[in-house]
Design a protein around this ligand. Structure first.
Ligand code: OOG
Ligand code: MG
Length: 266
C-alpha cells in the first residue's frame, strides 16, 4: 500500500471507532501533497461505503482559529451527506472523540465555478448561518498542518440554517456572530474575521481546489470557516449560532441515543 493509503486507513478507522491516534507527522514527513492525497483517500473510502459528497469546508480562514490551533495556512476539506445534520437535529456526543463546535457562514453554489470567472460570487446562489462540529482524529487535538489536512480538516458534522438568496442577504462583510449553549453566550465575533469578508471564501476555495484536486460544482455547499475559536461541544444541550441579519441554526447534543419518539433525531 502507498503511504497515503496507509495513513487514510488509520484515520478512517480512528473516525469509525471513535478512537484517537498519534499524529502522522511524529513518524513521517507529511507534506501538503501527501496530506491532500491522504484526505482524498479517506473520502474515497467513505464514498465506497455509499456516502455522497455534499460540499467543501475551509479551515483557518480566521486569525482566531489559526492562533488557536497554531497553524497559519488556509486549508480545504470535504463534506459528505453522513456529516449533514438538519437544523434542530440531534447530534450524538458519543459519535465523536473530543468534538468542538464553530459558528460559520455557508454558501451554496448555483453554478459550477470555472477558472475563467472574474467574479466568483456570481456562482453563489444562497447564503446561510451554519454550525460545524470538528473532531480531530489526533490525540489531544494536536496536529501539524499536514496532519490536519490529511484528517479532512477535522470535519465531523455540520448543520445549515435557512438559506437566503444572495442578493437579498446583503453585504455579509461585518455581521455579528454569536454562539450560544442553552441560551447562554459561549462566544461572539464578526464575519469580518473570515478573510476580512467571508465572500472571499469562494475565491480561496477555488484557488485551493485547482491546486489540490477538488471541484466546485453547482449544488456544492461551502463552509467559509469559523469566525471565532472553536469551543468544546457540551455533552448535552442546545447549541445555536446566530449571524446578525441572516438568521440562526441549532443542533441538540445528546450523550446517548436520541429518544425514538422524538422528532428531528437522526
Ligand atoms: C481544523 C478545522 C478548522 C475552521 O473553521 O477554521 C476549521 C481544526 O481546527 O481542527 O474548521
Ligand atoms: Mg470550521
Amino acid at each position: 500500500m502507498s503511504t497515503d493509503a496507509v495513513f487514510a486507513a488509520a484515520l478512517d478507522t480512528a473516525q469509525r471507532t471513535v478512537t484517537s491516534i498519534s499524529q502522522l507527522s511524529t513518524s513521517a514527513t507529511v507534506g501538503l501533497d501527501t496530506a491532500y492525497a491522504t484526505q482524498h483517500a479517506v473520502i474515497a473510502r467513505r464514498l465506497a461505503r455509499g456516502e455522497l459528497r455534499t460540499g467543501l469546508k475551509l479551515g483557518f480562514t480566521s486569525r482566531a482559529k489559526a492562533q488557536q490551533m497554531g497553524v497559519d495556512d488556509v486549508i480545504i476539506g470535504t463534506l459528505t451527506d453522513a456529516m449533514r445534520l438538519d437544523d434542530g437535529a440531534v447530534f450524538d456526543r458519543r459519535s465523536a472523540i473530543h468534538p468542538r463546535v464553530e459558528p460559520e457562514v455557508a454558501y451554496l453554489l448555483g453554478a459550477d465555478v470555472s477558472e475563467g470567472m472574474t467574479n466568483l460570487m456570481d456562482a453563489v446562489a444562497a447564503v446561510a448561518p451554519a454550525l460545524e462540529i470538528i473532531d480531530s482524529r489526533y490525540r489531544d487535538f494536536h496536529f501539524s498542518l499536514g496532519d490536519v489536512v490529511a484528517d479532512n480538516a477535522s470535519a465531523a458534522a455540520y448543520a445549515i440554517g435557512p438559506w437566503a438568496p444572495v442578493d437579498r442577504a446583503g453585504d455579509l462583510a461585518n455581521r455579528a456572530v454569536r454562539l450560544e449553549v442553552d441560551g447562554r453566550i459561549s462566544t461572539t465575533g464578526s464575519t469580518a474575521a473570515i478573510l476580512g469578508d467571508p465572500a472571499r471564501a469562494v475565491a480561496a476555495a477555488a484557488r485551493l481546489a485547482v491546486r489540490h484536486g477538488f471541484t466546485l460544482r453547482a449544488g456544492t455547499v461551502l463552509l467559509a470557516g469559523a469566525a471565532t475559536a472553536a469551543v468544546p461541544l457540551p455533552d448535552s444541550g442546545v447549541v445555536e449560532a446566530t449571524i446578525a441579519g441572516l438568521g440562526r441554526v441549532s443542533i441538540r447534543v445528546l450523550d446517548g441515543a436520541p429518544d425514538p419518539d422524538e422528532k428531528g433525531s437522526r
